[in-house]
Design a protein. Structure first.
Length: 431
């Protein structure tokens, strides 16, 4: 840092510190080329994995991303993103995906049209993000975040926007190039209409999922053909309240089985005046379960491809399947750009013959004969985030689960804890 001393001899304030040289690379590149780099390091761990005492671990997750965007004209651009994700010192549980994703092409697409075009298209390997990502998202919290191969077309009018897509989810393969396909198809349309209701938005959607070689209740493995229809509502209410509602139903088949499921999300928030901007949050979530695992009707809601992190608890031990979920929490910003959030969660199984599913959608506990109690447990979590510089962001959190009667019957019932500390450094940021 250099102090500038003018001839008058009066000391001046230090000159603003310029960003490090790598962050100014875009200043010397041609206008049609922009690059961006990001490095993220997270230390996280758990106590009592699987709710078993002694299964404890602390490990490091490192992720590097490099983006390059080429814009020959206003209505044509190309973007690629390379990603390398690593895990170290992990001794309990898997060390592959989603913890590790050796260097590969995460995104590579062409955009035809821009953000103001009436009709625009994106072709290639890309993220899909709709609404609050409860059903479709990039799940960027994970080291190995999600992308899709395919096409998306966006149509914009003054009263609405509709996104239609036809894709296949990309499978991360450790020893070869990541690829999609293998019988997987995912398509649909998402409509956003911000003028239908006062101070709110109506967002109906339809998604179609096809997959192969999945386990059926009756008969051998079969192919899944499933349609999800739903709507998201969000907006403001009087007295500084706002709300969010999302509901979805699924119909279709898996082999000889029928699919018949539904789920809902209802949230109400109240923001108070004041410098710390305190906010109270109340929320209820439901997802149907399977009441009879041998009747040929699949009742467990399929949460599709969500960003499930912190939707139903920071510890990510609960997903949007076979669950009743209550949440109460608050957020406060005691310092500028430093939000602090605290939440309480409580869960019950929707069906006692079905299991508990994690944020990933995988089943983690079940009593085959039917659980004596549906109460899964309770969680308390706390998080804080703060930017240290325009390029560096810090975040930390801690979650603790107190097991209920269901987990004590289905597992050894040990309480589960999950801490993390994370730093993200963005360099080569476009100017």
């Amino acid at each position: 840092m250099i102090l500038v001393m003018p001839k008058t001899g009066i000391a001046q304030q230090p000159a603003p510190t310029a960003p490090p040289l790598p962050n100014r690379l875009n200043e010397v590149l041609p206008a049609w080329l922009r690059v961006r780099g990001e490095f993220r390091e997270r230390m996280e761990g758990f106590e009592s994995s699987g709710f078993v005492s002694g299964r404890d671990d602390v490990y490091w997750l490192s992720r590097f991303r490099f983006n390059a965007t080429v814009t020959p004209t206003r209505l044509l651009s190309f973007q690629v993103q390379a990603q390398d994700a690593r895990v170290s010192r992990k001794t309990v549980g898997p060390t592959g995906t989603p913890f590790a994703a050796p260097i590969d092409l995460r995104m590579g697409f062409a955009d035809f049209g821009d953000a103001k075009s009436t009709v625009a298209a994106r072709l290639g390997r890309q993220e899909l993000v709709f609404g609050e990502q409860r059903l479709v998202g990039h799940v960027s919290w994970l080291n190995a975040a999600r992308t899709f191969d395919g096409a998306k077309v966006t149509v914009r009018r003054s009263a609405f926007q509709v996104d239609a897509f036809a894709t296949s989810v990309v499978r991360i393969l450790g020893d070869e190039f990541d690829r999609s396909g293998n019988g997987n198809r995912f398509a649909g349309a998402y409509l956003t209409a911000p003028k239908v209701v006062p101070l709110g938005s109506v967002e109906p959607f339809v998604f179609y999922r096809r997959d192969v070689n999945l386990r059926a209740e009756t008969g051998p493995n079969g192919s899944l053909s499933q349609t999800t229809i739903g709507v998201k509502l969000a907006g403001r209410l009087p007295a500084r309240f706002d709300y969010g509602i999302e509901m979805a139903a699924q119909r279709g088949s898996l082999g000889m089985d029928d699919v018949n499921t539904w789920a809902g999300h209802w949230q109400l928030r109240r923001t108070f005046a004041g410098t710390a901007v305190p906010r109270l949050i109340g929320e209820y979530n439901f997802a149907s379960g399977d009441s009879n695992p041998a009747d040929g009707v699949r009742g467990t809601f399929d949460q599709l491809y969500p960003t499930g992190h912190d939707k139903y608890g920071l510890a990510d031990q609960v997903g949007w399947r076979n669950i009743h979920h209550l949440r109460a929490g608050f957020e406060i910003t005691p310092l500028k750009a430093t939000p602090v959030t605290a939440n309480y969660h409580s869960w019950w199984l929707a069906e006692n013959r079905d299991g508990l599913y994690a944020a990933s959608g995988a089943q983690i506990a079940r009593v085959a004969s039917g659980a004596a109690s549906r109460h899964v447990g309770q969680e308390i979590d706390l998080q804080i985030a703060r930017p240290l510089t325009p390029q560096i962001q810090m975040a930390a959190g801690y979650a603790h689960i107190f097991t209920g009667h269901f987990l004590k019957q289905a597992t050894t019932g040990a309480s589960y804890s999950h801490p993390y500390v994370m730093v993200t450094y963005v360099f080569l940021a476009p100017s």
